[in-house]
Structure formats: C-alpha cells, structure tokens
Design a protein around this ligand. Structure first.
Ligand SMILES: NC(=O)c1ccc[n+]([C@@H]2O[C@H](COP(=O)([O-])OP(=O)(O)OC[C@H]3O[C@@H](n4cnc5c(N)ncnc54)[C@H](O)[C@@H]3O)[C@@H](O)[C@H]2O)c1
Length: 260
C-alpha cells in the first residue's frame, strides 16, 4: 500500500515540469489522479503514462476551474481529496509590463487558487477533510529580480495559502505552500539572464520538489522548502530588511553589469 493509496488527487499544470513530477510521485504511491494542463497533448501524455485521467483546460478562470473540479469528481468517482494548484506563469518585467501580462499573472498565480478553494471548500468542510497544495515559489517569500508581476502574485498566492490554513486548520483542511527556488523545467529555461544569475546555480530537478512535497505532507508541514537555505533568506528578510534589500540590489546591479 502506498502512502496515498486510492487518494483522489488533481494536479494542475501537470503536463510537464513540477506538476508532472508531482503526478508521477503521487501515482507511485497509489493515488488516483486527474492530470490537468492547458496543453491538452501534454496532459494526455502524462495521464496515459500513469493510467490516470486527463482533464485538459484552463485551471485559472472561474469557468475552467468549475469544469475541472466537476469532471474530476466524475472521473475519480467521488470528491477530490487533494488539490494541487500548481499551474503558474513566470511573468517578467516591472510596472511597464503590459496590463494584460499583470492580469494573466494575477489570474493564474492567485485567482486560480482562490477559485479552486471556493469550489472545493463546501464539500471539504462538510466532510471535515481536504488538502490544498499550493505551488508558490521562493519568490513568494522573497522576490525575483526582473519579475515584478511574478513576485507580487506569488506573494499573493502565499498569503492566500496562509489565510486558508489559519482559517480552516481546526476543521480538517490541510494546506501546504511549496516554495522552491530554481527547478530545472521549461519555465526556468525561459527566465533569461536573471534566472541564469540567481536560479540556475542551485537549480534542482522537479523530482526533488515532488519528494519534498510528499515529505511535507507526511510531516503535516505548511511551509515546504525544497531548497532548505530559503528558510535563512526568509528569516534575514524579516529581521534585517534593509540589509536584505541591499543584498538583492547587489544582484540587480550584477544583472545590469552583465547586460552592459
Ligand atoms: N521552475 C522553477 O524554477 C520554479 C520555481 C519556483 C516555483 N515554480 C512554480 O512551479 C509551478 C510549475 O512550474 P514549472 O516550472 O513546472 O513550469 P512549466 O512551465 O514547466 O509547467 C507549467 C505548466 O502549467 C501549464 N499552465 C499554465 N497556465 C495554465 C492554466 N491556466 N491552466 C492549466 N495549465 C496551465 C503550462 O501549460 C505548463 O505545462 C508554477 O506555479 C511555477 O511558478 C517554478
């Protein structure tokens, strides 16, 4: 018997990267899975490999989330036990980034989680159980240079996960915030010079993130840090904000020098 034997699990953005690694890891533990991705072919390929059900589509819009959860309920023949809100977009730039980019980052990185919780909570509260796994990012605890929409919305995702946890933990709702730094996926490849500078040197494989998630669930830990050193950075940010900002600004200047 696996640790998640017959558990009904939905993973969003699971056609590749961290989501696919999570789906594989849960499947190895006996879970019954729904694999979601906007990229239908990618979702189907992972689902076929795992003997799971693909439910392609948008895991962010109100309509998309509603469809996903209702199709998952049917496919899994019962309520969703674990929802992994993993799909995300790595929107870069600063205030000058187009309105549409800011809006998409907000939709996918934050509202997708809010809408899933809205759809799942009534049944979870009635059953007195449910687990929400939010793939945030270390950028949600710290920040990512060169990517204001990503940093701001990942802070939002982290805040929402915290809020869910503190509001419902006495009612059987378990929440986890997964906050990795660099992970070797297509997303990392697209982060350009800033990613090369701050993420690539310590990047880990998506399978290591999945291992950390399973361990975090087993230990019932809210904060899951696949890169343990992030705990120290997070503490430094809180205790010495100006020193921490100075250090981050040094990275920013290194990035600018590299471009010059
Ligand atoms: N790769 C990293 O370095 C890193 C670090 C920290 C956090 N994260 C977070 O991990 C999560 C997964 O990232 P990844 O690195 O595996 O990225 P990835 O780009 O490899 O995979 C993301 C998948 O999500 C899908 N997706 C995007 N928007 C969607 C939507 N609205 N509905 C359904 N699917 C959608 C994409 O089609 C893609 O297949 C993201 O939330 C990301 O922000 C990644």
């Amino acid at each position: 018997m696996g640790a998640h034997q017959d558990t009904r699990i939905v993973v969003t953005g699971a056609g590749r990267g961290i989501g696919a690694a999570l789906a594989r890891r849960f499947a190895a533990e006996g879970a019954r899975l729904v694999v979601n991705d906007l990229d239908a072919d990618a979702a189907r390929a992972v689902a076929d490999e795992l003997g799971a059900v693909a439910v392609p589509g948008d895991a962010a819009s109100e309509h998309g989330v509603g469809e996903l959860i209702s199709k998952a309920r049917t496919a899994l023949d019962g309520p969703v036990d674990v929802y992994c809100a993993n799909a995300g977009v790595p929107t870069g730039g600063g205030p000058e980034a187009p309105e549409a980019d800011w809006a998409q980052a907000w939709e996918v990185n934050v509202m997708a989680h809010v809408r899933a919780a809205r759809a799942l909570l009534p049944e979870w509260l009635e059953r007195g159980q449910g687990r929400f796994v939010s793939t945030v990012s270390a950028a949600g605890l710290l920040t990512m240079i060169g990517a204001a929409p990503y940093s701001v919305t990942k802070h939002g995702a982290f805040a929402f996960a915290e809020w869910l946890s503190l509001t419902y933990r006495h009612r059987g709702i378990h929440v986890h915030a997964v906050c990795p730094q660099g992970v070797r996926t297509d997303m990392l490849d697209g982060t350009g010079a800033a990613g090369q500078l701050v993420l690539t040197p310590t990047a880990i494989e998506p399978e290591k993130v999945a291992d950390a998630v399973l361990a975090g669930i087993a230990d019932e830990r809210f904060l899951i840090l696949p890169h343990p050193e992030v705990a120290e950075f997070y503490a430094n940010r809180a205790s010495e904000p100006d020193r921490w900002l100075g250090g981050m600004n040094k990275l920013q200047r290194r990035l600018e020098d590299g471009k010059a």
